[in-house]
Design a protein around this ligand. Sequence first.
Ligand code: CA
Length: 710
Amino acid sequence: MTRIAWATALALAASTLALGSCKDNAMPEGGIDAAKLLAADADTANWLTYGRTYSEQRYAPLDSINTGNVGELGLAWSADMDTARGQEATPLVIDGKLYLTTAWSKVKAFDATTGKLLWEYDPKVPGETAVKACCDVVNRGLAIWGDRLFLGTLDGRLIALDRETGAVEWEKVTVDQSQSYTITGAPRVIDGKVIIGNGGAEFGVRGYVAAYDAADGEELWRFYTVPDEPSDDDPEYLKKAAETWSGEYWNLGGGGTVWDSMAYDPELDLLYIGVGNGSPWNRAYRSPGADGTGEGDNLYLSSIVAIRPKTGEYVWHYQTTPGETWDYTATQHIMLADMEIDGKPRKVLMQAPKNGFFYVIDRETGKFISAQPYVTVNWASGIDPKTGRPIENPEARVDKTGKPALVTPGALGGHNWHPMAYHPGENLVYIPAFEAAMAYAPEANWKPDRKRGFNVGFDLGAGDLPPDLGIRKQIAGTLKGMLVAWDPVAQKARWTVPHPGPWNGGLLATGGGLVFQGTAGSEFNAYSAKDGKKLWSFPAQTGVVAPPITYTVNGEQYVAVLAGWGGAYAITVDGEIIDRMKPVQNISRLLVFKLGGKAKLPDMPALAKLPLDPPPSRAKAEVIAAGGKLYARYCAVCHAPAAVGSTVLPDLRRSATLADKGAFLAVVNDGLLKDNGMASFAGSLTKEQMDSIREYVIFRANQDKDGGVK
Ligand code: CA
């Protein structure tokens, strides 16, 4: 479909939606209604929804900043954030005001030209909620309807804020807060219904997405992605799903959380959701067959599901990874576009899920069109075009073999939450891709703990790097990051820009022929959309993971990006090996650029590091080994595997509490630092077990000190 045909279809859909609007019909003057959201593509001044349009293309037609003049781009203003954790948000811009979320689910509103702070809002998420989050205390953004902004908080609330003042209009708890549910994703609004999912599949929850009335927060429908214990009242799609599971899977939650991607086709009236991994990861524990190894496709894990936004009714699904066991979520960016394939116009849906294949799906029917690997893949040799199912490598099927295997992509995927972008003129999808293999070692006699710690059914310590720094740096050399310009028709890369390592920023493409991306190496760059040539670069002082946006005020074009290193990889990456990407610290700050901008950033603060001065290691080998196993399950996801020192959260090898058992227990058992995010582990670990973790960290700290770590 051409852009004009799109506009016509959207206008038609707008008139349909206006008829069936929700009970909050009294839209305030200037409020954002269905017609405005449907026409978001032509509204180049604003950025109205997470992916800019319902199609989530992150393409802005603006061309004042272009390949010819991008060298003159300079800082217009910047704003420091009051948090120092990962910043993943896409700001919204509405009529000259910029709204964003930061770590800990806080919200700030700025004048989009001057950077003047207009208001801020803190939902006061309890610090100890951090232990329920797999991947940092991040938040990816807001939604707008009428004159209200909608925010999902880490502790599972959906909150409506007055856009002018930041005052709370209503607040609704959307999850069972006694379980490890979290919200990090941005809501979407379709015709007055605020749609939000949640995360927690590493901790034993059952995934769903739900719609709430924008007027008062009333829950309108809830769509579960995985079956519960079967009952006659189950909807048909869940009865079908239950046939693909075995054992008493409902006791473990099942997973399948909808923690990030959604897209909407107004013409087909279909909402597309991306469904996450199984809980636990290891299918042998989640859905065992008669022989005790994994069995069944386990619908609708790792699937793209199309549902009716009015009712939450199931329409179709496509499962990217049947019987997923590697944390291969299909929650990655879902993008809609129209293009000619084999001489026929097709309405497609595209996704580069964690499993390493780039999928093109017919978005009317869910039928497979094509898929090819966008990164190195060894778990499957390809996708069978007849069935749309992967052709698996039996050695990678660790839930069947029970043996460890080095599998790529690993649990972080070949692409994670970082948004892609599309350039219609080039017909290219830009993917923030990376390569980081993982050793999956099935854990014998695994027992669930749905209160604390990772519930995955694998020995997470098995893949830890050895203490030898030389070997660690060598292995680190196999980690790759790259910007891939993918041709979805030819199903191959047209060009690739290599980055020094994984976990680079989300993307923006513009009518000026540009692609913008921040990097883990603390740069913010502009590339030619056509050939990937780097045309401009700005030293951002911190790793950038969030995607940029662009907007205009009084006709002048701006580009904005929220900088601030963090998220899953950042908090677990080996601090000693990251130096080739430059040591990154978190400096959380919004950066806004325009042509001729002359603003300057403050000088970069020195990287503060406590001395590595552990007490001598005197514990028995079996105590250290037991502590190491517990560390891998309960600590590594925030403080880095093998206690090697995360780049964002405290490096435990340098902790003063190592020398003092009482001080260590005050934190780990009594919850002394719970407001900072370090909750008590008293319900899951005995004091003796906690102390074995202390002995393990002392051992590791001495090992690294002897190995030359400073
Ligand atoms: Ca996961």
